[in-house]
Design a protein around this ligand. Structure first.
Ligand SMILES: *Cc1c(COP(=O)(O)O)cnc(C)c1O
Length: 399
């Protein structure tokens, strides 16, 4: 018989003071979200039905869509990406994948695995997708589906022309899938007005909920395409038509992640309470002030303003300094977690949801500057802190 192992309790493993989560997700969660995550209820029945109804109503506001085809998926943002891609793509579907980096390449890989004939439009590092190049490919390749990210979290670029790209996609009868895992509720995204067919989001970034429960919304056009699939989707769990059993008929598809859904409900309720206008404003102000503070330290931002993402800020590392050294020092000495990268020589500070609070900015910028100093790459810490305060005041005055 195998003996029971000796296991440390979480209190022996986790730090006494929680780390401040300022990386690229998961982000800090508000109290009501944390409390909801500790509750289990029946996954079917009247209470759940009422909660799901509210999640869908809040989703229409947050995604800015009248479409009824909004649903959740038990799984990470990647599960929602896979649900979007594999429901709309089948063998030989022509798919244009606009690739800015790691996550947009993941969408392309999913489309390839679904049997799609994938054309990748590779965007230069630090640039945003170019509308006219997309139009050229829409004309020559005639894709039936296109994928793009709003914010490429991995290298902190922002495809700022989504409205124009959506209009083009509609004109060429191409179903546009937008990955807004990082950006939803941090900046404008108007699913219906911009002609977007599918919007994907996760819980643990812009929405400030827990990881593991994600949302996806399909337009009526996208839904028609799903209904006309020549072959059933091979993934039973990700089948959007089966998912309507739970999301529209209050019946059983698979056991819903009830606690995570309650947490998401609370996170979305807080977005509605704050309103999107005020939430976007808070994110913009917080991120721009942080960016100003970082530059005043004497550091450089990785992406030029034309393509710079505000939801995650990328900081270029000087020659010889490794992102792991920065992340581990700032975590150990200041209890602030920031993110390294999947390739480019940067560290990243998140500006999603609860990360965009003034007290978090001061603590993080101070910890960052002190870390660079300690590692032998001197920065002007007083200038950085002063610039942060000055930018915050100037941006508040604009409001
Ligand atoms: C984080 C992220 C994902 C993946 O989300 P997971 O929950 O890690 O699967 C996908 N796309 C973007 C833009 C992201 O920021």
């Amino acid at each position: 018989m195998i003996q029971a192992p000796h296991i440390d309790g979480l209190n022996q493993i986790l730090p006494e003071d929680p780390l401040l989560m300022m990386g690229a997700g998961p982000v800090p969660i508000p109290g009501p979200v944390a409390a909801a995550n500790g509750i289990v209820i029946n996954h079917l029945g009247e209470t759940m039905a009422r909660i799901i109804d509210q999640v869908k109503r809040m989703g229409r506001y947050i995604f800015q869509t009248e479409s009824p085809w909004l649903m959740g998926v038990a799984g990470p943002g990647s599960a929602a990406m896979e649900m979007a891609v594999t429901n709309l793509v089948w063998p030989d579907t022509r798919v244009l994948c606009v690739c800015n980096g790691f996550f947009s390449q993941r969408l392309a890989e999913m489309a390839r695995r679904a049997g799609g004939e994938v054309e990748r439009l590779l965007i230069d590092e630090g640039c945003r997708a170019d509308v006219s190049r997309i139009e050229d490919i829409l004309q020559t390749f005639e894709p039936e589906v296109m994928t793009i990210v709003q914010g490429e979290t991995s290298n902190t670029t922002h495809n700022k022309d989504l409205a124009a790209i959506g209009a083009l996609a509609q004109r060429y009868n191409c179903r546009l899938i937008v990955d807004a895992v990082c950006t939803l509720s941090t900046m404008e995204l108007n699913m219906d007005d911009w002609g977007i067919d599918v919007v994907i989001t996760g819980g643990q970034k812009g929405l400030s909920s827990i990881p593991g429960v994600s949302l996806v919304a399909f337009s009526e056009h996208a839904w028609q395409r799903i209904l006309q699939r020549p072959v059933p989707i091979p993934h039973w769990t990700l089948d959007a038509q089966l998912a309507t059993r739970f999301w529209h008929e209050a019946s059983y598809h698979y056991t819903a992640p009830v606690s995570g859904l309650l947490a998401l409900h609370e996170a979305m309720r807080l977005v509605c309470e704050e309103t999107l206008e005020r939430r976007f404003q808070r994110h913009r102000k917080s991120s721009l002030a942080l960016q100003g503070g970082i530059e005043a330290l004497g550091l450089s931002l990785y992406v030029p303003t034309e393509a710079r993402l505000n939801s995650v800020v990328g900081i270029a590392l000087p020659e010889g300094l490794d992102s792991k050294a920065v992340c581990s020092h700032i975590s150990r000495h200041f209890r602030v977690e920031i993110a390294g990268s999947f390739g480019p020589p940067i560290v990243r500070i998140g500006q999603m949801g609860e990360q965009c609070r003034v007290h978090n900015l001061f603590r993080t910028l101070h910890a960052l500057g002190s870390t660079f100093n300690a590692l032998g790459y001197p920065v002007d810490l007083p200038a950085g802190m002063a610039a942060l305060e000055n930018r915050l005041q100037a941006l508040s005055a604009e409001e």
